[in-house]
Design a protein around this ligand. Structure first.
Ligand code: SF4
Ligand code: SF4
Length: 366
């Protein structure tokens, strides 16, 4: 087992303990109530947009504080919950369109994945940005990781589309690796599209040794953000480590906008900068896929000397004969090369051998 795999295996239990502690901490926060809790609740109940409807950022901090502290004149007038409680049918009807659209998007994503079609992949990336990002702000967040492993999951019935996305993310990561990162995450899709339109002459190819080292930064951020949450119970750290809020642009503080602008500009010059080096959720999915991936990418015996795939991989996920599962986002670029009988030495060698045998003619027997 190589050094990285060994280290990941050591890190995994530590991360799980941190994450479980973070989840328990989050539960404590929910019981205590307060503004931060309101945001956390929103985040775990269906994505970033929901969080913004909790009042924390929608009306500004002062408004949210005032609303928390000042009951309206005449006291609170809550509706009779028993009479107005929505039925399953009501919930399903209200979410039917969302469910259908998210399902259709996921079908598109997996058809493009299984068919290894470049065209379909880019259609999926555009759909991820436009639909999951701009229209729905439906992304899996590091805050959901606190909730997931702490047993503090969103309320099920009002958040069916979020559950569909979360379950597909988890199951697909276990089966194939970081498919979520490769074609479902709206921010990852956005940076891949930026990369596709920026001419190569503007891009800085991070030297291999630096790339390998820098890919560890995201694991450091994941550990740090979980430790921070365990200690402080403050989920408001998330916009400082995740730019996903940009799809709603709700958190417009000068510092955050400055950080976002810097990241987006840097992403023009360094491909997949955030995903490769900085994303704590990508790190979490990377740790998960490095220990679970069931269906791995095949390798030929020739892969140990041939570097064509390694050079083609834009994620720094190939190291000689080995696929680094924690970094691979199942983009298919290397798999298309494996299947290319004109480029992959495995096929070229087989074809040459067949030629030689054919030229020798049939071997006389008897
Ligand atoms: S690494 Fe992070 S930002 Fe990139 S695709 Fe994965 S979850 Fe999204
Ligand atoms: S080129 Fe291959 S190893 Fe690299 S990210 Fe894509 S699928 Fe994974």
């Amino acid at each position: 087992m190589n050094a990285r795999a060994q280290l990941l295996r050591v890190l995994l239990p530590v991360l799980l303990v941190l994450i479980a502690a973070a989840g328990l901490s989050a539960q404590g926060g929910l019981i205590q109530g307060g503004l931060k809790t309101a945001l956390y609740t929103g985040l775990t109940q269906g994505g970033l947009k929901t969080a913004l409807y909790t009042g924390l950022t929608q009306g500004g901090l002062k408004t949210a504080l005032y609303m928390q502290q000042q009951p309206p004149a005449g006291g609170f007038d809550f509706p009779d919950e028993e009479d107005d409680a929505p039925t399953w049918t009501d919930d399903l009807r209200a979410q039917a369109l969302d469910l259908a659209l998210v399902s259709a998007f996921l079908v598109l994503a997996f058809v493009s994945f299984f068919r290894k079609s470049v065209k379909l992949k880019y259609v999926t990336l555009v759909a991820a940005v436009a639909f999951l990002g701009v229209s729905k702000s439906l992304l899996i967040s590091i805050v959901n990781v606190f909730g997931l492993l702490g047993g503090n999951l969103p309320i099920f019935r009002p958040n069916l589309a979020w559950y569909l996305l979360a379950v597909v993310t988890l199951v697909s990561t276990i089966l194939w690796g970081r498919v979520y990162c490769g074609r479902i995450c709206a921010f990852g899709a956005f940076t891949q599209l930026v990369d596709a339109v920026v001419p190569d002459r503007f891009k800085w190819n991070v030297p291999r040794a630096l790339e390998m080292r820098a890919s560890w930064i995201k694991y450091g951020i994941l550990g740090a953000v979980l430790a921070y949450f365990v200690v402080t119970r403050d989920p408001l750290i998330y916009p400082y480590v995740e730019p996903f809020w940009m799809f709603g642009l709700h958190l417009r503080t000068p510092v955050l906008l400055g950080m976002l602008g810097t990241l987006l500009i840097a992403s023009i010059f360094v491909r997949n900068l955030y995903c490769r080096f900085l994303c704590p959720l990508g790190a979490f999915l990377g740790v998960l896929s490095s220990v679970t991936t069931v269906f791995r990418i095949k390798r030929w015996s020739e892969c140990s000397t041939c570097k064509i795939c390694q050079k083609a991989c834009e994620w720094g996920a190939i190291d000689g004969p080995r696929i680094i599962k924690s970094e691979c986002v199942r983009c298919d670029d290397c798999e298309r090369l494996y299947d290319d009988t004109k480029k992959c030495p495995h096929h070229l060698i087989l074809i040459r051998k067949a030629d030689i045998l054919a030229r020798r003619g049939p071997i006389a027997t008897g």
